[in-house]
Design a protein around this ligand. Sequence first.
Ligand code: AOF
Ligand code: ZN
Length: 364
Amino acid sequence: MQNQYKRLMRKCITLAKKSYGRVSPNPLVGCVIFDDDFNIVSEGRHEKYGENHAERNAILNAPCDVKGLSLVVNLEPCCHHGKTPPCADLIIEKGIKKVVIGMVDPNPVVAGKGIEKLKKAGIDVVVGVLEDECRELNKIFIKNQVVKKPYITIKTATTLDGKIVGRTRKPEKITDEVSRYEVQKLRNQYDAILTSSKTVINDNPYLTCRMKSGRNPIRVVLDTNLSTLASSNVYNNDGTKVIIMTSDKISNEKVKQYPENIEVIKCGTKNNHIDLNCAMEILYKKGIKSILVETGAILNKSFIEEDLMDELIQFIAPKVMGDDTAINWVSGFDREYISKCNNLKIMSTKILKKDIMIVCKSKN
Ligand code: AOF
Ligand code: ZN
C-alpha cells in the first residue's frame, strides 16, 4: 500500500511543479483522487495565487461522485477561511473516505488542525508519505512560514577551477546550452533574480526567463551609488517589475535618472555596500519570497558572510583557466572563515550534456 501511496504522491509533486512561479507566496500543491484499486480518478493542482486550492480542483475535475473515494495531497488540507473556503470541510462534505498527506502545513493557521478536523469526521488519515520530497518541493514556503525571510539561492557557472571570468574581464559563455537552459528553469521558479551594479556594468545581462511558457522574475539590482546606466539591458521596460536598491544617502535628484517603471528603494549600508539583511527584509515585505542571486565574487561573498545563502547551485564546465588573475565565483574571505564555508551539504550532482550541476544547501 505504501508503494502505491508513494506513486500517487509522486504524481501530486509532478502536478504541483507545473505551477512553478505562479503561486507565490502560497505553496506548490498537487492532488489526486483514487479508487480502491489505486487508479487515478481525478487530479488537480493549485494553479495560480488566490485561486482554488489543489484539493478543490481535484474534486471539481472528477468525472463522477467522489463519495467513498480516497485523496492524496502533498500538503495538509487547510481548515481556515482564506481566499477560498477550507479544503478539509469540502473533503468531509464530499464523503472522501481516506486522505494521504505528504507533510503537515507549516502555516500556523493550519499546522495540524486540518488533519485533526479530518480525523474527527471519521476519515482515515495517513501522514508523511514522501515527506522529504514534499518538504523539498515547498522549501521556499516552509522557510517563509517558519522564519519570515526569503529563500536565497546563489547560482554560479564556473570552470573546474572555480573561475567565472578570465583576465580580460570580457564575459564569455563558460557552461553549455543545457546548463543555461537549467538556469532558465530556475529563473522561472524564483520570485526575483538579484544582481550587483558591477555585474550590470560589466556583463550588461537581461536576466529574463527565455524558457518556453516561463515567466520573468522580478529583477533586483543592488546599486549603492547608482552607478548603473539607465539604458542597461536589465532596466529594459518589458513589463517586468524592476527594483534598484540603493544607499539611503543617495539624493532624490540622482534617483530621477531612471525611468518610472523602475522602483528605486533606499536602504541602509554596511561597509559602503547595501546592508543585505536590511535589503532582504524590505524585499520580503514587498512580497518577494524567493531570490536567485546571479552575480560575481564580491556580492556572493557577502551573502555567504551574512549567512543568507540557503542553497548554492553550481554549474561546472569541464574547462580550466589556471590563471591567477581570473575571477573566482566567490572571493575575499579571511582564512578563519573557512569553517563557515565548509558548512554545506551536497544534495545532488547531475551530469548534464558536458557540464555538472551540483546543488548544495547550507546546514544552518
Ligand atoms: C494554497 N494552495 O492548494 C493549498 C494551500 O491564501 P489562501 O487563502 O488561498 O490560503 C493559503 C494557505 O492555504 C496556504 O498558506 C496553506 O497554508 C494552505 N494550503 N494553499 O495556496 C493549496 N492546499
Ligand atoms: Zn485549502
